[in-house]
Design a protein around this ligand. Structure first.
Ligand SMILES: [Mg+2]
Length: 230
C-alpha cells in the first residue's frame, strides 16, 4: 500500500473518496440487524463462510437474504427505527462537495436500504451497492450492479469499483469497517478504518487511520489537501 505520508498536499480533483455503508456511514451493520430480526435460518453460519473467504459478497448476501421473507418496505420501516447515522456524515458530505472532492458510497449492502437510510444530501453521493429484488415465495434475490469495465476479472466487488475510479482519479481514499472492505483496503492509497477492519489492517501491515466520527476524517482531510482558496 502506498500512502502519502509526507508533507506534500493533494489536490481535491485528483482524489476520489469511497465510503462503505454498513457499520461505516451507519453505526450498526444494517444487513446484520435485518437478518437478526427476520432471517428464518442460521444466517451466522452463512456469514462465517463469507468471513473465511468461501463465498463472495454477492453469494453471501444472496444466500442470507433468500431466507428473509419480508419485502423491502417492511425492512426499511424496521431499519429506520434502529439504525443510527455516524455523527458528522452530513457535514462531511457538504465538506467534500465544497472542496471539490468526488464522494461515492460503495456498499456490499442492498440498494433499497442504502438509498432508504442515506440522509438526503445535496449533491447526493453516487451509490454502488448490491441490487435486491423481492418475491414473496423466494425472498430476496441479490445481484451485482452492472459493471462498466466489462473485463470480467474475478475480483471483489469493491476492488472492481476502486479500479474503475482509478481511471479518472490518481488517488483513492477509502473509509470502511468490515470483511468486505479488505480487498479495497489493500489497494486504496489512503485508508480510514473502524473495527473490525482496523485490527485486520494492523495484523496485515496495512496503514490505516482510526476514526470515531466523520468530523475526525474531515479534520484529517483538511490537513491532507492543498488549499485552493488562497
Ligand atoms: Mg461495512
Amino acid at each position: 500500500m502506498t500512502q502519502n505520508t509526507g508533507s506534500e498536499k493533494m489536490h481535491a480533483d485528483d482524489v476520489v473518496v469511497l465510503v462503505d455503508f454498513d457499520g461505516t456511514i451507519t453505526e450498526e451493520d444494517v444487513g446484520v440487524l435485518l437478518l437478526k430480526q427476520y432471517s428464518t435460518t442460521d444466517w451466522e453460519r452463512l456469514e462465517a463462510r463469507f468471513a473465511r473467504g468461501e463465498v463472495d459478497i454477492q453469494q453471501n448476501m444472496q444466500q442470507q437474504f433468500s431466507y428473509v421473507q419480508h419485502d423491502a418496505a417492511a425492512l426499511i420501516e424496521y431499519a429506520r427505527t434502529v439504525v443510527t447515522i455516524r455523527p458528522g456524515w452530513q457535514e462531511f458530505v457538504r465538506y467534500c462537495s465544497a472542496t471539490g472532492l468526488k464522494l461515492a458510497v460503495v456498499s456490499g449492502g442492498l440498494d433499497f436500504y442504502v438509498h432508504g437510510l442515506l440522509p438526503l444530501s445535496n449533491p447526493p453521493p453516487d451509490v454502488h451497492s448490491l441490487l435486491a429484488v423481492y418475491s414473496t415465495d423466494a425472498g430476496g434475490q441479490v445481484t451485482l450492479p452492472d459493471a462498466d469495465d466489462g473485463d470480467g476479472e474475478p475480483e471483489g466487488f469493491k476492488e472492481a469499483v476502486v479500479r474503475r475510479y482509478r481511471r479518472r482519479y490518481s488517488h483513492v481514499w477509502f473509509i470502511g469497517n468490515g470483511v468486505s472492505d479488505r480487498g479495497a483496503a489493500r489497494v486504496a492509497d489512503r485508508l480510514w478504518a473502524v473495527e473490525p477492519l482496523l485490527s485486520w489492517c494492523c495484523a496485515n501491515d496495512i496503514n490505516a487511520s482510526s476514526f470515531k466520527t466523520f468530523d475526525d476524517v474531515r479534520e484529517e482531510f483538511k490537513a491532507l489537501l492543498a488549499r485552493t482558496d488562497g
